[in-house]
Write a protein that binds this ligand. Structure first.
Ligand code: IVH
Length: 442
């Protein structure tokens, strides 16, 4: 069985093994993302792993594991911050990857609500901000607590840090807010602030951040509030929970209230009456993506009527009334000039492709990861080749394939560490298999 075996061809034994592999992979990816702020999978790979897990579980419900990733969102709270239990779980969103997926989403909603063709179904469309979600508890209009998502049920109490953000009101403006409400939204860092922060970190000889989302997460989850204060973080409010009294009839009305109460709300949010309208809004937002000045990775659609949201409710980890229409990964072609070796803190050697700079989705890319020597062999890539690269809105760009052979020499991983000169070896495990990574023995 390989990773590529279609779900419909899996035997029960293979399916069980695959569910075990995916549970471990997703748990590792969650820990890297939530606890280390250092993702090991791209968003596209992560989504693919979750989709495959769901598809296998749908075909073999009896094989669903106790620790199934579909029952879990994110990872547990990190030591250092107090734990904060959310008044209502912070859930995730299902994904749509094509126009057909969006049509199906609208169809499911219509069937569930029993709407006939003639009845309008209004939806909102807004950018999916690529940051980290934050829940703000307001009691009698005063900010009482700010909490990260954590595992969706329990997050980290980051109140002291959240108070340093200009976009987070300590007191709500106006007075028509419920006595109790959790306002939810996304903390993010702009491209310009991210570049300036990394330049400062680099100058100071500190580790730089891989992308604006990691920079935002790393800046908010600081035990030293002074550090958070020095970091330029922004916040968009887009959701709420556990309100003590109703305050709006539609999603758009609720978000308009947030703006009155003193929050930043996304100016590109729109309503759409048909699926064609939704897709048109998606294309419009996608066109503006490169010039927005902050990362977005898709468009979120939500049923506008709140009484309908209520009736639709939730399935597993996501609401039935919303979906995230993801942008496809962006690709470009360029020359791979050199393969350099990066030595990690644990001594692992990672080959990195140095590229002729190329713009991918509005961002200039000059490096891409090659993961390990097996990957280089699989791709058959050598310095001088023309390669296709992909940037999935996050993490480090990847080399997808060789487009044209540059006639250069076959490249081999060094067997000594480029930093200290000690031998670099691939460890052999109990089963006699070589580790994909080469490590410095020094
Ligand atoms: S609505 C119950 N709206 O995407 C659904 N989420 O994959 C509440 N996100 O955890 C989420 N932009 O961190 C919503 N405009 C937006 C969003 C958004 C980014 C994030 C959020 C959520 C994740 C789900």
């Amino acid at each position: 069985m390989s990773e590529a075996t279609p779900v419909e061809n899996l035997t029960p034994d293979e399916a069980a093994a695959e569910l075990a592999r995916l549970a471990a992979l997703i748990a590792e990816a969650d820990a890297a993302y939530y606890q280390e702020d250092a993702p090991v999978l791209t968003d596209a790979e992560y989504d693919a792993a979750r989709q495959r897990n769901l598809a296998i579980e749908a075909r073999f419900p009896e094989l669903k594991r106790e620790d199934s990733p579909s029952d879990r969102v994110g990872a547990v709270a990190q030591d250092g911050f107090a734990k904060a239990t959310h008044a209502a779980p912070m859930l995730s969103l299902d994904n749509a990857f094509s126009d057909e997926d969006v049509t199906e989403f609208a169809g499911r909603i219509r069937r569930f609500l029993g709407l006939d063709e003639s009845e309008p179904l209004e939806l909102t469309a807004e950018p999916k901000i690529d940051g980290l979600s934050l829940s703000l508890t307001y009691e009698k209009g005063k900010l009482k607590r700010a909490a990260t998502r954590g595992n969706g049920l329990v997050g980290e109490d980051v109140t002291a840090n959240a108070l340093t953000l200009n976009d987070i009101p300590t007191k709500l403006a106006g007075k028509d807010w419920p006595d109790f409400i959790e306002i939810r939204g996304e903390v993010y860092m702009s491209h310009a602030d991210f570049a300036a922060l990394n330049a400062r970190e680099d100058q100071a000889g500190r580790k730089t951040f891989a992308n604006p989302r990691n920079a935002a997460a790393g800046s908010l989850r600081q035990l030293d509030t002074e550090i958070t204060k020095s970091r330029p973080l922004n916040f968009f409010a887009y959701a709420w929970a556990a309100e003590s009294a109703p305050f709006a009839e539609t999603q758009s009305e609720a978000v308009a209230k947030f703006a009155e109460w003193g929050f930043q709300t996304n100016p590109l949010m729109a309503t759409a009456a048909t699926v064609d309208d939704l897709i048109a809004t998606y294309r419009n937002i996608e066109q503006q993506r490169a010039t927005l000045g902050y990362d977005i990775d898709g468009v979120v659609y939500k049923v506008n009527r709140l009484d309908w949201q209520q009736r639709l409710g939730f399935v597993s980890r996501a609401p039935r009334w919303a979906i995230a229409h993801k942008f496809p990964a962006e690709k470009a072609t360029t020359t791979l000039e050199e393969i350099d070796i990066q030595v990690g803190r644990t001594g692992s050697l990672t080959p990195v492709a140095r590229l002729a700079p190329v713009t991918v989705g509005g961002v200039v890319v000059s490096n891409a990861t090659l993961h390990n020597e097996d990957e280089i062999e699989r791709l058959g890539v050598k310095p001088g080749d023309t390669v296709e690269i992909q940037r999935a809105g996050d993490v480090i760009p990847q080399v997808l394939r060789v487009v044209q052979d540059g006639g250069g020499k076959v490249w081999h991983m060094p067997d000594t560490c480029p930093v200290c000169g000690s031998a670099a070896v691939r460890e052999i495990d109990d089963k006699g298999e070589a580790d994909v990574r080469r490590r410095c023995t020094g």
